[in-house]
Design a protein around this ligand. Sequence first.
Ligand code: NAD
Ligand code: IPM
Ligand code: MN
Length: 368
Amino acid sequence: MVSAVAENVILRIAVLAGDGIGPEVTGEACRVLEHVSNLDGRMRIELTHFDWGSEYYLRHRVMMPSDGLDQLAGFDAILLGAIGDPRVPDDVTLWGLLLPIRQRFQQYVNLRPIRLLAGVPSPLANRLPGDIDMLIVRENSEGEYAGKGIFLNEGTPEEMALQIGVFSRRGVERVLRYAFELARRGGRSVTSVSKANALNYSGVFWDRMLDEVERDYADVPCRRLLVDAAALHMVLDPGRFQVVVGSNLFGDILSDLGAGLVGGMGLAPSANLNPESLFPSMFEPVHGSAPDIAGRQMANPLAAIWAAAMMVGHLGFPEWGGEMVRAIERLLAEGTVRTPDLGGTATTGEVTEALLADLRVPTGSVVA
Ligand code: NAD
Ligand code: IPM
Ligand code: MN
């Protein structure tokens, strides 16, 4: 990781804007990063853009060049928009780019903050800012997303698909420990989500690993929920959730549910972390390429900008990451400039302009 105290640090960022609204929202996140880079006297953010994605696939029949991951390995971090295009099957696009990045770079934590901010209406009645404030820690390198399986007896009545989940001791233990450490640092509780009643191998194994890890964190309150019950409680009583840890698929589903509780996909950021920083981490909004609104300047850029804030914090500049999030909070609290998903009429670009007009140089940083 880049040192926070070093002078003249260059943060080298690979930008994969991707498909649909990906380039629209990532373009706005890049504008904010360029602004920060110009304001700060200690660091410079250097953005390198890659045109990999579905258009690239339609030209080359691959989502990225064969040495694509090697090219990315040399960057400090990756900023991603979204992948997915109605003209190409989703399993081809996602397994051609996004999922190999998460796996190869051992980004085994997918950290997804779900926070209700002032000025944003929740679909749940009578919820105030602070009432919903959880961190979803999603296992991000194996589990149901191991990508292993087989089609059998194709074209016959006995046709079937086997999708193999992989739950390893190393994989489950490290993500559970990450969740407990995060909870301990923030004085929060852990809720572990699994499904050991039906999933008699992977679910049982997850809970057994939790038994082991939990012993090292007697000071961290921990409870367990079956994933179906977790979905119910998240709607009825979201305040009970602080740090939520679950497998790849469960974390994926619960993070869209959580996003829905706090204003929708336009306000849900995510960090794919390699906590040891042996490889670059990747930052992206939780949302996809939203083909239904792509190309119309309607997309909310705030999830992408928030993801960029998480990136800047991860790379050693938490004061800037914090200020970027506070600028998002001030914009939403002020309430006049917002995209249609939040009931406004502003364009994607107008939201960024309003945010930039109010972005301050944080205390503790050096002015350029
Ligand atoms: P989606 O997240 O793209 O869209 C779901 C709904 O939320 C849509 O109605 C969309 O208009 C809305 N929405 C999403 N982001 C928004 C934003 N920033 N501002 C305003 N509204 C927003 O999910 P989907 O429709 O299920 O998937 C579309 C494509 O994206 C598929 O190809 C899917 O595989 C892909 N996908 C990619 C990623 C990724 O690259 N990380 C994530 C999710 C889905
Ligand atoms: C997400 C997305 C991806 C996932 C898809 C596009 C493979 O839904 O980042 O949440 O399931 O991880
Ligand atoms: Mn998802």
